[in-house]
Ligand binder design. Structure first.
Ligand code: HEC
Length: 118
């Protein structure tokens, strides 16, 4: 009797894991398609669709102000830092400012954009 219950339990586990495998395979198949599309979009972004204003509003304005005037962080219009050092701050963070908010491939463009703010 105990064996029978164990067997049923085992079979139902088997059934579940098979379902999961099938689900995983289906997900995997979709992912391949998505990756294909995503890769194309990614190339487009790298080729010039990067929008520093959108990144700023989403990730920076809370600390540096909606008009770059500063707040928790310093004013970005009057910053004296050269682009290389801004890039370093963006990549590694500084003080309470977290690094990694800007995707690595856009850090240089973001840094240059900041030096051109008026
Ligand atoms: C959590 C708040 C916070 C966020 C979010 C934040 N910063 Fe900062 N940022 C700071 C603080 C504070 C400093 C000053 C760090 C120090 O020198 O100790 C700083 C420094 C800087 C500096 C150097 C300025 C100078 O003159 O020294 C730049 C450039 C900068 N941030 C840009 C950005 C950008 C671009 C983003 C968005 C991707 C961002 N920050 C997001 C708080 C923040």
């Amino acid at each position: 009797m105990a064996f029978g219950i164990g067997l049923i339990f085992f079979l139902s586990l088997e059934g579940n894991s098979n379902q999961e495998e099938i689900a995983a395979e289906e997900e995997g198949g979709e992912e391949v398609v998505e990756e294909g599309e995503g890769a194309g979009e990614g190339e487009g972004a790298a080729a010039g669709d990067f929008d520093p204003v959108a990144v700023y509003e989403a990730n920076c304005a809370s600390c540096h102000g909606a008009n770059f005037e500063g707040g928790v962080g310093p004013n970005l219009i009057t910053t004296e830092l050269p682009p290389e050092e801004i890039a370093q701050v963006l990549a590694e963070g500084r003080g309470i400012m977290p690094g990694g908010l800007v995707p690595e491939e856009h850090i240089d463009a973001m840094a240059t954009w900041i030096t051109e703010l008026e």
